[in-house]
Ligand binder design. Structure first.
Ligand SMILES: [Zn+2]
Length: 246
């Protein structure tokens, strides 16, 4: 019985760990994903999920422009279909847009066909809004970057993404801004985790519906850029980070 209990215990631990790894932003068990550069590098990547979102994405674009900072946006396809103009404005401002699926499901519970559909529908939405794709010769700004909703992934999800030419991008600094806490709280959470070379997860939208209040994220962004620029950090897009540090 002791043996059985031990085996059961080990199995439970393994399953729990696997479950954790399927959601942990920096976990690498289920395939390599980019989560940031080596510690100490004076570069930071701001990433915003769940947009486009009126009016907060516009306000965020104003803040980024004021600081001359570039960012990466992981857009939800169905929102892009609703507001292609915002997606175009993001790209026009020189930022990078990536694929955050069409309806924002937890992909770990989806079939291969559903995963494929979610990714290609989002890509179509982006192409309709912005035009071209990363595979074409045009200088389109639709990147081949993909971020799984909720960070949820398993080997099958990453394999399908790669088959579609997509590069999964996770993060190593979490802003915990999805419940819209005050800007100071978001700033504290981020600041505590920064160690250089980081990919910072923030949200300019909400996955449940368009219109989520992200004013505190916008304010926190303003303060964080000012703080880290004063410490000689550069704000890079994910492709810039990947190119400089292959
Ligand atoms: Zn999301």
């Amino acid at each position: 019985m002791i043996g059985l209990a031990l085996v059961t215990g080990v199995t439970t631990a393994a399953i729990t760990a696997a479950g954790y790894q399927s959601m942990a932003p920096t976990g690498q068990w289920f395939g390599r994903t980019f989560t940031g550069l080596p510690r100490g590098i004076k570069q930071l990547a701001l990433t915003y999920d769940d947009g486009p979102n009126d009016p907060h994405t516009f306000h965020l674009l104003d803040v980024l422009a004021r600081h001359d900072a570039q960012a990466t946006f992981f857009l939800i396809g169905r929102y892009v279909q609703q507001r292609p103009d915002i997606a175009r404005d993001i790209v026009k401002a020189g930022h990078i847009v990536g694929n955050h699926t069409f309806t924002h499901p937890l992909l770990t519970f989806k079939s291969a066909a559903e995963v494929r559909q979610e990714l290609s529908d989002c890509r179509s939405g982006l192409e309709d809004a912005i035009g071209g794709s990363s595979n074409s010769a045009s200088s389109s700004s639709i990147s081949n970057l993909f971020r799984p909703p909720f960070g949820g992934r398993r080997p099958g999800v990453l394999r399908i993404a790669r088959q579609l030419g997509l590069v999964p991008i996770m993060w190593n600094v979490t802003g915990f801004d999805w419940t819209a806490p005050p800007a100071e709280v978001i700033e504290q959470k981020v600041t505590k985790q920064i160690r250089g070379g980081d990919v910072i997860l923030l949200h300019d939208g909400g996955h449940k519906e368009m219109g989520a209040d992200r004013s505190q994220t916008v304010l926190a962004t303003d303060h964080l850029i000012a703080k880290y620029k004063s410490e000689a950090c550069e704000f890079k897009t994910i492709p810039q980070m990947l190119a400089a540090n292959p």
